[in-house]
Design a binder for this molecule. Structure first.
Ligand SMILES: NC(=O)c1ccc[n+]([C@@H]2O[C@H](COP(=O)([O-])OP(=O)(O)OC[C@H]3O[C@@H](n4cnc5c(N)ncnc54)[C@H](O)[C@@H]3O)[C@@H](O)[C@H]2O)c1
Length: 247
């Protein structure tokens, strides 16, 4: 398939894990791609491998997102597909949760998504075309313990996606979200080592009907679907990719 031939794409948070898998698939399907990430070294090595372009951007800082968007537009002219993937998920019981952790999580997971969409939406409106995909989580729906800050950020990101679907839909722009379940990446590797987690999600627990954890590639396919013309009439959804966990 070459569904993104001639299209310009950007993966914010594309240096590792799910974002990297999405980036590789976009290039594989013909997109001209940039990876924006706070981890420039990893973004550069991913970009080199994929023949893409790496841009340094810590999404917590408004001016860095604006500068990244300007660099992108100076080089590529316009953006067709924005994938917002950047995210952090520090696990902290609510009674120990400090304001800094709360704020940092909102800044990366939610506010950064707003900043990225704000930077590119005017150009998309001008062209009457664009696709926005936000990587939310099953935790937009499921109030998983120790992740109040994360759950709130991902529910917010989903509502951002839905609101943009309404406000920007009339301009030919589609906005959707993906809700991954438990995907094996460096983000989840530490908690996957915990016995309590293995008991809850491991094979035989029945929590994940398909009986296995997800992979970054499991998420990349549905994310590309939402950005593709195959989803031309899909706008404002949260597509769970969780092996049936929320079924
Ligand atoms: N792994 C899972 O089980 C899972 C489940 C549901 C949702 N998600 C979401 O998927 C997304 C990707 O997660 P992942 O598991 O691939 O984790 P990951 O840590 O491998 O990838 C996260 C990416 O975001 C980047 N990033 C972090 N802080 C940033 C910042 N301030 N500015 C710019 N980039 C920044 C990282 O450098 C990295 O490239 C996250 O939003 C996460 O919340 C993951």
């Amino acid at each position: 398939m070459n569904r993104f031939a001639g299209q310009n794409a950007l993966v914010v948070g594309g240096a590792h894990g799910i974002g990297r898998a999405i980036a590789a698939r976009l290039v594989g399907e013909g997109a001209q791609l940039a990876i924006a990430d706070a981890d420039l070294d990893a973004a550069q090595s991913a970009a080199e491998e994929m023949r893409a372009w790496a841009i340094e951007c810590d999404v917590r800082h408004t001016h860095q997102v604006q500068r990244m968007a300007q660099q992108y537009l100076d080089r590529f002219g316009h953006l067709d597909v924005l994938m917002y993937v950047a995210g952090i998920a520090p696990a902290v019981p609510f009674l120990d949760l400090d304001v800094d952790t709360w704020d940092r999580t909102q800044q990366v997971n939610l506010r950064g998504g707003y900043l990225a969409a704000r930077a590119f939406a005017p150009g998309m409106v001008g062209r009457r075309s664009g696709k926005l995909v936000f990587i939310s989580s099953t935790n937009a729906w499921d109030g998983e313990a120790q992740l109040a800050h994360y759950n709130a950020s991902k529910a917010g990101l989903y509502l951002l996606a839905k609101t943009l679907a309404r406000e920007l839909g009339p301009f030919g722009i589609r906005s959707n979200a993906i809700g991954p379940g438990l995907i094996r990446t460096r983000l989840t590797e530490p908690i996957l080592q915990e016995e309590s987690f293995q008991k809850k999600y491991g094979p035989g627990s029945g929590v994940i009907p398909l009986g296995r954890l997800g992979t970054p590639d499991d998420v990349a396919g549905p994310a590309l679907f939402l950005a593709s013309d195959d989803a031309a009439y899909v706008n404002g959804v949260l597509l769970f990719v969780d092996g049936g966990q929320l079924a």
